[in-house]
Ligand binder design. Structure first.
Ligand code: TXA
Ligand code: MG
Length: 322
């Protein structure tokens, strides 16, 4: 028996109907697809944790359509809202002291909440239509690669949710950058789709305080083994991998150049033109594709450590951990 699957469509009304009944639906964003539910409903939020098989200690991000909404859910001042107006909609999440309108189950008991305005027309219209904000983690089973298309979501979670709002492939392709504004100096909790250099320029300050480790109490979801597909990934050079695994089918994930050490069919480039934005867009699709290949082990080449490259390398490093 094949498992039933979600309806994939573009109807904001259908998505809203499910959400108003405490249902969980997948929504597109510019970063990755989210698994959304009413952030003010304990019942809906518990359903998100259940569908995603997410541990209850890992808090959810709350999505709204405009900066003016922030004051309903978090403590903010006008100076901060000016920053939000400047950077959002876009691939950034702000950690702020939370208000009681957000149930503790959303934030895993933390006194802070992550707020984000996604840059995607369909989801912005949906949020504008709803009477409540949407809690939404990435729409993948816990510990797996985030989805960047409706089909990715459907393959893994389609049998567990009624509706997937299809907004096409995610244009940024990696999750939002998370900045903790609950302290005097903003702290970077996750590298993501908003490059640090651009944020520093927009904010006119240096983001020196970066705390990404898996043990960081402030980002409990940043586990080392996140983004792990089923094929073994290693950061070792191709020649070394071939040497050490003479019987294995070896493949490679590379930035922009073909290696002479393997046939092209056993390689995937993130961006043939060396475009970092395209590399970010391709990353999760390529990692997912590994599950459909007969490779035993893949040698991963890191990309240059500039711009979105830092966030891409962070994902690649986590994917090589098991
Ligand atoms: O781009 C994104 O942010 C996507 C789309 C769907 O918006 N969402 C996303 O959610 O990546 P998720 O749940 O997969 O990752 C959210 C991360 C987790 O690592 C979580 O620990 C952290 O945000 N987080 C959420 N609330 C937090 C809080 N109050 N304090 C510290 N970290 C928080
Ligand atoms: Mg996630």
């Amino acid at each position: 028996m094949t498992p039933s699957s979600a309806i994939i469509g573009t109807s904001i009304d259908d998505a809203a109907t499910h959400l108003r009944q405490d249902g969980v639906v997948a929504i597109p964003t510019e970063t990755v697809y989210g698994l959304a539910g009413n952030a003010t409903s304990r019942k809906a939020v518990l359903k998100i944790f259940e569908v995603k098989q997410r541990p209850s200690f890992d808090p959810l991000i709350v999505h709204t359509h405009q900066a003016e909404e922030f004051g309903k859910y978090a403590q903010v001042n006008d100076r901060f809202l000016a920053i939000v107006e400047k950077l959002s909609p876009g691939p950034i999440t702000y950690i702020l002291p939370k208000k009681n309108s957000i149930p503790d189950v959303v934030t895993s008991g933390h006194p802070t909440v992550g707020l984000r305005i996604p840059r995607h027309e369909l989801t912005l219209s949906l949020l504008q239509n709803l009477e409540f904000p949407l809690a939404a983690p990435s729409a993948n089973p816990f510990g797996y690669v985030s989805p960047t298309t409706a089909q990715h979501v459907n393959r893994q979670l389609g049998h567990l949710i009624p509706y997937i709002l299809d907004g096409g492939p995610s244009l940024v392709g990696i999750e939002s950058t998370i900045l903790d504004f609950s302290r005097s100096n903003p702290k970077v909790l996750r590298l993501g789709g908003y490059a640090l250099e651009e944020l520093e320029e927009a904010l006119d300050l240096k983001l020196n305080d970066i705390q990404l480790s898996s043990s960081a109490p402030h980002a409990p979801g940043m586990l080392h083994s996140h983004y792990a597909p089923k094929v073994t990934l290693t950061a070792a050079p191709i020649a070394e991998v071939i040497d050490q695994h003479p019987k294995a089918k070896v493949g490679a994930i590379r930035f922009n150049t073909w290696s002479k050490e393997l046939p092209k069919a056993q390689q995937r480039l993130l961006s043939e033109t060396g475009d970092m934005r395209e590399a970010a867009q391709s990353l999760f699709r390529v990692l997912r594709e590994l599950d459909e290949l007969d490779w035993d082990i893949a040698a991963v080449e890191m990309v240059p450590n500039v711009g979105l490259g830092l966030a891409i390398n962070d994902r690649l490093t986590r994917a090589t951990h098991r």
